[in-house]
Design a protein around this ligand. Sequence first.
Ligand code: NAG
Ligand code: NAG
Ligand code: NAG
Length: 469
Amino acid sequence: MEKAENNELLQGSQKNFRSVNYENLVSRKNRSFVCFCLGFLVSTILALISYGVVHGMFPWFGVMDDSKYSWIDETRSKSETGGKCQKRIVAYHDLFTHEKLTENQLSKLTHLIILPLHVQETGILVFENDEKKGRFEKLVSEARKYPDLVTMFSINNGYDNHETMSKVIGNSEVRRSFIENVIAAISAYHLDGMDVYWRWPQTDNDISNLILFCKELREKLSALAIRSRRKMSFVISAILHHHPVSANFQSIFDYVDFVTIETRNYYAPWFEEFQHLTGPATPLSSLYGERRDENVDKSMTEYSCLGKQPSKLNILVEFAGRYWENVIKSDSTWWMESEVANGVTSGGWMPWWKLKRSEWNISSASWNNDSKTPYVWNPMERKYLAFENERSLEEKVKYAMDHNIGGIAVWRIDHDDEQRTMLNSLSNLCSQSYRNNASSLSYYCESAISQLPQLEPSIFKNNAPSGIH
Ligand SMILES: *[C@@H]1O[C@H](CO)[C@@H](O)[C@H](O)[C@H]1NC(C)=O
Ligand SMILES: *[C@@H]1O[C@H](CO)[C@@H](O)[C@H](O)[C@H]1NC(C)=O
Ligand SMILES: *[C@@H]1O[C@H](CO)[C@@H](O)[C@H](O)[C@H]1NC(C)=O
């Protein structure tokens, strides 16, 4: 009965979305130039409409009045950590993919983050097209069958959105309207929260604006939870880059439920710098070469010491491998280098499901006991593959357990094989024998955070292109 009612409401809200016609508004605006002679009345109406668009006052993606919030879930009994599991198993799902998520997958997750809803410069949220909107609606209603699963949306699928976010979040008017639109999307689709993926805040100003946004969004969502008599609070998360860790990020932990650290981009052949260094996307540790100081352990130490709440952190992993060609023979095969010709290293990446069927014989892989990841070195063809597998994921689970890290996030879940080998390797995160202890810190913090840098612009250039979308 209740389910039927919810469905009706969901359909009702979808109707609202459909009836909203952005193109109409735009073309009406254009016509106003042509029909300028119609004069004052028309332009006044249009001015009101555009004011409404900018400030999110129309219900088309839009803001609804308070009375309409009351239908949001009153009965779901999940907690932010997903109820059944002490730790988070977070999956990012890109609407770009045609692959559907199965019951087998959804039942093993604590959090599902669907993306992207695009942010426009006026603070409006849109789907790229109707097809993606359709996929979104379908997946959200599928996810609702799992009462413990926290379902959220994110705003980016791995591309730089720095300029837009800087404008939207940096301007208090636009930011307010953006927040209204976020609330509207959460309400209309019965979502549990939002993942804030700004890639990347670059200046101290950006960082304080991001934190201000999280604070204001938290206030609005808390008010919404009370109005709608929702038992559990809404969830806010953010993705932050692994490097550099600015001391200014500290207070973001007051407003978000968790922060996923972008720990899946330490090595890649498509980097501008360090492209010649072979290595896994996500090394637990690295004691070699120019990147010896950049690895999961270092990043988790810094963010744990900064926020004093390691249980709010997620390690981000990919179900994939990265390969280099023209690799130079060396004494140790744990860390190798490849030739750079005309400023470019040849190489690429491959999702896990494809690796298993590729010419890379991954069953013959060796083990890098430093990064705790497998690799395949082919000396005949001088090709090198560093990748993630069951064992390396189990090592990361163990690391999260030992260091009180809150969970592991996967970018992206559809890179798994049909047996869901990789997702299954994360299941120990839900092991009952483990007791979460957010107050304990297992890092030596004094030296770790005494010299955290202040951010400077352009510091991220080395990670600008992302190989995996
Ligand atoms: C892959 O490697 C394993 C272990 O080294 C070996 O037994 C097997 O024959 C190899 N398969 C292929 C197709 O080369
Ligand atoms: C791998 O490293 C761990 C410590 O990180 C060490 O205890 C273990 O003995 C090493 N194993 C090998 C085979 O070197
Ligand atoms: C959590 O860690 C603190 C500090 O190490 C310790 O005093 C406390 O007993 C721990 N609590 C639990 C439930 O393990």
